[in-house]
Design a binder for this molecule. Structure first.
Ligand SMILES: *[C@@H]1O[C@H](CO)[C@@H](O)[C@H](O)[C@H]1NC(C)=O
Ligand SMILES: *[C@@H]1O[C@H](CO)[C@@H](O)[C@H](O)[C@H]1NC(C)=O
Ligand SMILES: *[C@@H]1O[C@H](CO)[C@@H](O)[C@H](O)[C@H]1NC(C)=O
Length: 401
C-alpha cells in the first residue's frame, strides 16, 4: 500500500480555470453543492447548481468554529491535502446542513433557504462534541438525530437530538473506538472515516480505518437507533454497537448504503472498493472485492442514480473509477488528468451529474469538477480559489429539489 503524502501542494500559484459555462445563479435555484473551507476560521461554501447541472458562482458563510488538519504519517508534517481523512465533513438532511469544526471540537447547524439553497442561516452556536477532532457528520431527518465521528486523542462517535429551527441539543456520551491517536491525529490510517445512517435510518454506521503496518484492521461499527416512545420523548442511538472487520479489507474509507438494499459499498484505501452484506446481527461480510489497478489511495465514493453504479476517487490519481454495486467489479476508468489536478477527494452524485472536490496543487487551484455519469465526460471545472478555498477544503454535500 502506498499513500502519496508528498503530494507537492501549496496555495502558491492559483491559475484560473477555463469556465465552460456561466449558469445564472439566484432566483429559482433549487439545488446546490456545499463544501467546508476547513481554514482556521472555518466556513461553508455554497455553490448553486443550474438545471443543466452546471455550477454557478459560490458564496461563503462562517461556521463560527475552527478547521483543523491532521498530520501525515508519511512526512510527519501537516497533511497538504485531505487533512481530515474523512468522507462527509459536511452533510445535508432535509433543509438542514451540518458542518464539523475539527479545530474547535464543535459542529455547526445551518438552515437552508428553501427558495435559494445557497443561502444558509446559522442556527444557534456551534455545539461541543465530547471528543477531539470531529471529522465526519451524519444526520437522520426521520429521527432528528445528528451524529459526529471524532479521530483525535478522544475518539469515537457521539449523537445529539436536533430540530430544524431549534438547533442541536446536548451530545450524548462518546461511544469510544479506543484508537491510539494524537490531536490532531496522525493519518490517514487509524482514524474514523465516516458516519452514516442506513436507508431506513434505523442504524448508525461508522467506518474506521485500520493501520496495516501496526497490524490493526479497519472495522464497521453499527449502532441501532432507538425510537422515541410517548409524547416529548426523543429518539436516541444505542450506546452499544457491533463491530466487524470484513474479510480482505484493511483501510475502509468512504461508504454509502446501496439504495434499495442493506448492503454497503465501501472504498478501501489499500486496494480499491468492496461491497459488504450486513446481517441481522449488524455484522458485515465481504460480498465482492474490486482491486483498482494503479491506485494510490481510493477513499471516497458516491452512488449515481442515473447509472446505478458507484464512482470512487483517489487523492493521488486524477480520475473517477466506476464500480459495480453488485460485486465491486471495476466497470470504467474516467481519466481526468487533463484538468491539471493531482487527485480528487469527496464527491456526490445528483441526477446524471457527479460533483467532485479536487483540492488543487501548486499550479492548479482547488475546484469542483463536474462529470456526466452517463457520458463519462467532464462537463465543468469550477475553480474555488476566488472564494479563498485552499488545499484544506473538504467534504462535498448536495441538495437536490
Ligand atoms: C509545491 O509547493 C511545495 C510547498 O510550497 C513545495 O515544497 C514543492 O516543491 C512544490 N512543488 C512543485 C512541483 O513546484
Ligand atoms: C429566502 O430567500 C428568499 C430569496 O432570496 C428571500 O426572499 C427570503 O426572505 C429568504 N427566506 C428566509 C427565511 O430567509
Ligand atoms: C505485525 O505482524 C507481523 C507479522 O506477524 C510482525 O512481524 C510485526 O512485528 C507486527 N508489527 C507490529 C507493529 O506489531
Amino acid at each position: 500500500m502506498r499513500f502519496t503524502s508528498a503530494l507537492a501542494l501549496g496555495s502558491a500559484l492559483l491559475q484560473t480555470q477555463p469556465i465552460l459555462a456561466h449558469p445564472s445563479s439566484g432566483c429559482g435555484v433549487r439545488r446546490a453543492a456545499y463544501i467546508i473551507t476547513n481554514e482556521e476560521e472555518n466556513s461553508v461554501v455554497s455553490i448553486p447548481i443550474a438545471s443543466n447541472g452546471l455550477l454557478g458562482e459560490g458564496s461563503k458563510i462562517a461556521t463560527g468554529g475552527a478547521g483543523g488538519i491532521g498530520i501525515s504519517g508519511a512526512t510527519g508534517q501537516p497533511a497538504a491535502v485531505d487533512g481530515l481523512a474523512s468522507q462527509s465533513s459536511v452533510t445535508v438532511a432535509g433543509s438542514t446542513l451540518f458542518a464539523v469544526n475539527p479545530g474547535s471540537n464543535t459542529v455547526t447547524q445551518f438552515s437552508i433557504n428553501k427558495s435559494d439553497p445557497t443561502k444558509l442561516t446559522r442556527v444557534g452556536h456551534p455545539v461541543k462534541v465530547p471528543g477531539e477532532f470531529p471529522n465526519t457528520v451524519a444526520a437522520s431527518t426521520k429521527y432528528r438525530i445528528v451524529c459526529v465521528g471524532t479521530s483525535g486523542v478522544i475518539n469515537g462517535v457521539s449523537c445529539a437530538p436536533f430540530t430544524p429551527a431549534g438547533g442541536i441539543g446536548t451530545f450524548d456520551a462518546l461511544r469510544p473506538f479506543d484508537l491510539k491517536q494524537t490531536t490532531p491525529p496522525v493519518g490517514p490510517t487509524n482514524t474514523v472515516s465516516q458516519v452514516f445512517f442506513s436507508n431506513d435510518e434505523r442504524t448508525l454506521f461508522s467506518i474506521v480505518k485500520g493501520d496495516p503496518p501496526q497490524n490493526t484492521t479497519g472495522f464497521l461499527a453499527a449502532f441501532p437507533v432507538e425510537a422515541a416512545w410517548g409524547p416529548g420523548a426523543k429518539a436516541s442511538v444505542s450506546a452499544k454497537g457491533t463491530r466487524s472487520s470484513p474479510e480482505g479489507t484493511a483501510v475502509l474509507f468512504g461508504s454509502f448504503v446501496i439504495p434499495g438494499s442493506s448492503d454497503i459499498f465501501v472504498t478501501d484505501a489499500s486496494f480499491g472498493a468492496a461491497v459488504l452484506s450486513v446481517g441481522t446481527d449488524l455484522k458485515a461480510t465481504t460480498k465482492g472485492r474490486g482491486a483498482i489497478d494503479g491506485q494510490a489511495a481510493t477513499c471516497w465514493s458516491t452512488y449515481s442514480p442515473a447509472t446505478k453504479t458507484a464512482f470512487v476517487t483517489d487523492v493521488a490519481v486524477d480520475r473517477l473509477v466506476e464500480v459495480s454495486v453488485t460485486d465491486a467489479s471495476i466497470l470504467n476508468v474516467i481519466d481526468l488528468s487533463a484538468n491539471g489536478q493531482s487527485g480528487m477527494i469527496d464527491l456526490r452524485a445528483l441526477d446524471e451529474w457527479i460533483y467532485v472536490l479536487a483540492p488543487g496543487n501548486n499550479v492548479t487551484e482547488p475546484a469542483v469538477v463536474v462529470v456526466d455519469a452517463t457520458t463519462r465526460k467532464q462537463v465543468q471545472v469550477k475553480g474555488l480559489g476566488s472564494l479563498g478555498v485552499t488545499g484544506r477544503g473538504q467534504g462535498l454535500a448536495v441538495l437536490g429539489a
